[in-house]
Design a protein around this ligand. Structure first.
Ligand code: HEM
Length: 390
């Protein structure tokens, strides 16, 4: 029988897309590589996935089937230059230390600290806090800070920013079959990007060196690339992070692991890692095949596509367990691998850790009553996760 934690995780996946739990569970049968009609090649093996992600000669984001192809239509052809190939390598080399664990912690302390403290006070006073909503607000705050958007004090402003990021990301919905966007979708996305990046030109000139934009300038990134990078940070880092935050709080509750974590708060990094592994908020990664290549005895031809079921690969190890430790096969496949390994990984970890630390600091156990799952979304997550202290 499925345990409580796994049942809720399955409901989270099914609400996002009714076929997602089926694909991700049946995906195990694909193991190393299997060809599936209408999808292309599919793998749920962590080593095969990592091998593909580490092979930029034969696999690309840019062709039909990759997110690069999608974003080039919205942001412009320069994306082809910086998404893959020499331009991307240069950008990643320049931005290598844009986020470190240390500055990500400083960023989250500065930008989220006061709002988290307020949530802690509310909980201690006996109030119920919707942690799914709180996660969206917190992530919206980080985005506003990174993009130098106005920073009012009320939560609604950040819920709106989150919704804009979500709308932009939803462009990718329905692109499992094709990454060609309709002209009206491109126009809509361009309008959103223009709104989001409205302050970047100014901030670009004046942002202090310790801000992300200021650092981009000092690293020698042209303004246009900084705008593109800012947009990508927003798209890649909103829903994914909010999903992992709320789902990790739920997993700690549903497995009972919160009690052990409260007794041993130094296990926080284990809780964050396990939360990321079990939730794998970006459950699939796609690539186009750029040149014929043989993997595991299968010939993959240029122009075909491959879908890596990273959720399946990561969850093959089992359910949430604080004692599971580092898994050498999976490593941190929830952040991808190779040259496109998540640029915001330290920020994501710091966001989840910040939320958990706030809960631990209350000194009490938490309970969840009346949760709801988000329907029809790109990144599976909770619509509401009402949390109260015991
Ligand atoms: C739990 C939260 C997150 C997860 C699970 C996640 C996952 C991923 C994955 C799987 C990729 C690789 C995609 C591919 O290879 O096609 C990626 C790339 C990326 N992520 Fe994240 N991400 C998270 C949070 C963030 C945050 C908070 C930011 C920014 C602040 C961010 C920024 C990026 C960027 C810019 C890339 C593109 C890197 C490149 O192409 O070189 N992500 N992310």
């Amino acid at each position: 029988m499925m345990d409580t934690a796994r049942r809720h995780e399955f409901r989270v996946l099914a609400a996002a897309h009714p076929q997602l739990p089926v694909l991700l569970t049946a995906g195990r049968l694909a193991r190393r590589l299997r060809r599936v009609p209408r999808i292309g090649w599919v793998t749920s093996d962590p080593l095969t996935a990592r091998r593909i992600l580490n092979d930029p000669v034969h696999f690309t984001l840019l062709g039909e089937g990759g997110v690069g192809h999608l974003w080039a239509q919205v942001l412009g052809d320069w994306v082809n230059e910086i998404f893959d190939g020499p331009g991307h390598h240069q950008l990643r080399t320049r931005t290598r230390d844009l986020f470190t664990d240390e500055n990500a912690r400083a960023l989250t302390d500065r930008v989220l600290g006061p709002r988290l403290a307020l949530a802690g006070e509310q909980l201690r006073a006996g109030a119920t806090v919707d942690v799914a909503d709180l996660a969206r607000v917190l992530v919206g705050r980080i985005v506003a800070d990174l993009l130098h958007l106005p920073a009012p004090e009320h939560d609604d402003a950040y819920r709106k920013i989150f919704a804009i990021g979500e709308e932009l990301a939803s462009l990718a919905l329905g692109t499992t079959a094709s990454t060609h966007l309709a002209p009206q979708t491109v126009a809509r996305a361009k309008a959103i990007v223009a709104r989001l990046t409205v302050n970047i030109a100014d901030a670009w000139r004046s942002a202090p060196p310790e801000t992300v934009l200021g650092r981009c300038r000092e690293l020698g990134l042209p303004q246009q690339q900084a705008e593109g990078l800012a947009t990508l940070l927003m798209v890649a880092g909103t829903e994914t992070a909010a999903s992992a935050m709320a789902r990790t709080v739920a997993l700690l509750h549903d497995t009972g692991a919160q009690h052990r974590l409260r007794a041993a708060p130094d296990r926080l990094p284990d809780a964050v890692r396990e939360g990321l592994r079990v939730t794998t908020p970006a459950p699939l990664i796609g690539r186009a095949i750029a040149a014929d290549v043989t993997i595991d005895g299968r010939l993959l031809r240029a122009g075909e596509r491959v879908l890596m079921l990273t959720w399946t690969a990561n969850n093959a190890a089992g359910g949430f367990d604080l004692d599971r430790g580092y898994q050498p096969d999976q490593r941190q496949l929830w952040f991808g691998a190779g040259r496109h390994l998540c640029l915001g990984a330290p920020v994501a970890r710091a966001e989840i850790a910040g939320l958990l630390r706030m809960l631990l600091d209350t000194g009490r156990a938490w309970e969840i009553r009346g949760r709801r799952y988000r329907r029809g979304v790109l990144v599976p997550s909770y619509a509401a996760l009402p949390v109260r202290l015991n």
